[in-house]
Design a protein around this ligand. Structure first.
Ligand SMILES: *Cc1c(COP(=O)(O)O)cnc(C)c1O
Length: 211
C-alpha cells in the first residue's frame, strides 16, 4: 500500500469535487485496515462471495463504511448483494433490474442506490448496457420499477483514448439529472476527473498489484 499516493490522489479528487473509492478486490482485510484507520470510508469490491467473507464482520462493527459493488452481478446473487453493499454500480440489464425489484419488495436491504453500467465501447465481452439501449433502460429502471438510480458507471476499452467515453457518460448522467458518475481507474483517473467523474475507482495504484 502506498500512503503518499493515497494522499496525492485524495487531494486531486478534492479539487475536482470527486470521491476516491479504494478498490480492494484480491486484497485481504489486513491490507485495508490501515486505510479505515486513517478515516477512509469508500471501498469497492467486484465479487459478492469474496466481499461476504472479507467485509461482513467489519460492516456490522463500523457504521460509516460505504461499500460498492463494481463487478458483474448474477441474478442468483442479488439477495446477498443487497444485504452487503450500500451501492450496486453494475446494474446493466432488464432481467437483473426486475430481480432486484422483486428482492427489494420481499426483504430489507442495505443497498440504498444503484448506478447503471454503460458499455460505452460497445465491447461484446464487456458488461454494461449498450449505448443504444441505455436511454430506454434508464427510463425503465426509474419510471417502471422505481429503483433509486443515482448514477452511471463505465469501463472504457483499454486500448482507446478514454476521454470521449468519459465525456459521453458525464453528458448522459447530466441529461437524466443523475448526480454520480463513476469512472476512472489507476491508469486514467486524472482524465476521468477532468471529464466530470464524481467517483474514481482506484485499486493497484494505491493497494499495489493484485495476486
Ligand atoms: C479492478 C477494478 C478497478 C480498479 O482497477 P485498478 O486498475 O487496479 O485501479 C476499477 N473498476 C473496476 C470495475 C474494477 O474491476
Amino acid at each position: 500500500m502506498n500512503f503518499e499516493t493515497y494522499q496525492k490522489v485524495t487531494e486531486l479528487c478534492q479539487t475536482h469535487n470527486a470521491r476516491l473509492m479504494i478498490v480492494t478486490k484480491n486484497h485481504p482485510y489486513e491490507s485495508i485496515e490501515a486505510f479505515i484507520e486513517k478515516g477512509h470510508t469508500l471501498f469497492g469490491e467486484n465479487r459478492v462471495q469474496e466481499t461476504e467473507s472479507k467485509w461482513e464482520p467489519i460492516l456490522s462493527e463500523k457504521q460509516n463504511l460505504e461499500l460498492h459493488l463494481i463487478g458483474p452481478l448474477q441474478t442468483n446473487k442479488v439477495q446477498n448483494a443487497l444485504e452487503l453493499f450500500d451501492v450496486i454500480q453494475t446494474l446493466d440489464r432488464p432481467k437483473l433490474a426486475i430481480k432486484i425489484k422483486e428482492c427489494l419488495e420481499k426483504s430489507p436491504a442495505r443497498t440504498t442506490s444503484f448506478f447503471i453500467q454503460v458499455n460505452t465501447g460497445e465491447e461484446p465481452q464487456k458488461a454494461g448496457i449498450s449505448k443504444s439501449e441505455a436511454t430506454d433502460f434508464i427510463t425503465f429502471c426509474q419510471q417502471d420499477l422505481h429503483l433509486p438510480i443515482k448514477g452511471l458507471m463505465c469501463i472504457p476499452p483499454s486500448e482507446e483514448d478514454p476521454a470521449p467515453h468519459f465525456s459521453y457518460l458525464s453528458r448522459l448522467a447530466h441529461h437524466y439529472h443523475l448526480p454520480e458518475v463513476s469512472m476512472g481507474m489507476s491508469n486514467d483517473y486524472t482524465i476521468a476527473l477532468e471529464n466530470g467523474a464524481t467517483i474514481v475507482r482506484i485499486g493497484s495504484l494505491i493497494m499495489g498489484s493484485r495476486t
